[in-house]
Design a protein around this ligand. Structure first.
Ligand SMILES: Nc1nc2c(ncn2[C@@H]2O[C@H](COP(=O)(O)OP(=O)(O)OP(=O)(O)O)[C@@H](O)[C@H]2O)c(=O)[nH]1
Ligand SMILES: [Mg+2]
Ligand SMILES: [Zn+2]
Length: 335
């Protein structure tokens, strides 16, 4: 921070912005208070944010009823997946009283490059891959690192297994095994041939999850196959507007799968990726590196040309795969 003194005019502008901010918050609270004074509100209960519309949010109660809610001024910015305390009112409206602490949060840079939280309390990041388009190890590792650093459990899901044949089956089995060896859960299915979908739905039962992965691997197809018809329609509307036109919405919504998995989805989420700036932070995102970090000769070891590198030793001993070390180096180079 620079210590230069603010001019009177600058100070005046800062004060003005601050006052406007307070006024806005008070106004928001007054609307909520006016509503509350009108009586007819039920007692406090727990709920989940399932969608976000400007200054309002949609809350779901324990029996899946949805209410449009206003926020009390002291309630911080909420995102889909947030757990809240709220009070139901007449005509499916309500008031948010408080936010529960988040177990996890998913974030991505907005158009100006500012990191924004887009979803909360996500249990699984499902990294979708397929025989076609061919998977990219570096891309998978990017997602794995992002999930690791967000402290959300990733699952590698191989879709389109109907496309496996004698020519490529072994390669994909080896690929999947390489992630299992690191300790990641994996799963196989086919969205269009309805293979493994019931089992996948059972796996995510009661948990919230997001799909990520490169274009064409079948994320939308999976969404459509897992959701009841009416809500699948709704995700289609959201996803097909991706990046285009004025009707674009990148707001994440929460949908229930047939077996009560909670899919949080939006084009923005599917593009969720890595935003780290330091090599050391990146290294912590490689799960099997963690036990070896801090044992290199140099504190700031890049695990590249340095002598006495614990990561390289682990590669030589077969504890870390060379492919993962190469991924790490490529990601560092791209920082
Ligand atoms: N053979 C086969 N094709 C599939 C399967 N799942 C999806 N597809 C096809 O793969 C193509 C791409 O699927 P999408 O669901 O649009 O892929 P996506 O990941 O949503 O792609 P983006 O929206 O571009 O990110 C479509 O033609 C699907 O019909 C599958 O299990 N088997
Ligand atoms: Mg899609
Ligand atoms: Zn090292």
């Amino acid at each position: 921070m620079s210590k230069r003194r603010l001019t009177r005019q600058q100070q005046w502008r800062i004060d003005k912005v601050q006052q406007e901010r307070i006024a806005r918050a008070q106004k928001k609270d007054k609307t909520a208070d006016t509503l509350l004074e009108s009586g007819e509100f039920g007692s406090e209960q727990d709920g989940t944010i399932v969608a976000h519309y400007g200054t309002q949010v949609e809350v779901e109660d324990a029996s899946y009823q949805r209410y449009r809610c206003l926020l009390r001024a002291n309630v911080p910015q909420l995102v889909t997946g947030d757990r809240v305390v709220w009070r139901p009112g007449p005509n499916n409206i309500g008031i948010i009283e408080a936010q529960y602490p988040r177990r996890s949060s998913l974030s991505r840079p907005d158009m100006r490059g500012k990191i924004k939280t887009v979803a909360a309390n996500v249990d699984y990041i499902i990294i979708v891959i397929a025989p076609l388009p061919a998977p990219s190890s570096i891309l998978i590792d990017r997602y794995l690192v992002a999930a690791e650093l967000a402290d959300i459990e990733p699952i590698v899901l191989l879709n389109k297994i109907d496309l496996l044949d004698d020519n490529n089956r072994d390669d994909f089995e080896r690929l999947i095994e390489s992630y299992q060896q690191i300790g990641y859960k994996t799963f196989t299915c086919s969205a269009t041939h309805a293979i493994g979908l019931t089992e996948f739905d059972a796996l995510v039962h009661e948990h919230s999850f997001v799909f990520v992965g490169q274009s064409g691997v079948g994320k939308s197809s999976l969404v459509n196959a897992l959701l009841p018809d009416d809500s699948a329609q709704e995700t289609r509307e959201v996803s097909e507007s991706s990046g285009l036109g004025v009707h674009t919405t990148t707001t994440a919504k929460l949908f229930h799968t047939m077996n009560n998995g909670k899919l949080i989805d939006s084009p923005g989420i599917r593009e969720f990726s890595l935003h780290v700036t330091e090599a050391q932070q990146l290294a912590r995102g490689f799960r099997e590196f963690q036990a070896h970090l801090g044992h290199c000769r140099f504190n700031d070891c890049k695990h590249d040309k340095e002598p006495k590198c614990a990561i390289k030793t682990a590669v030589e001993e077969g504890k870390i795969s060379l492919q993962r070390l190469q991924s790490y180096r490529k990601l560092v180079a791209a920082l």
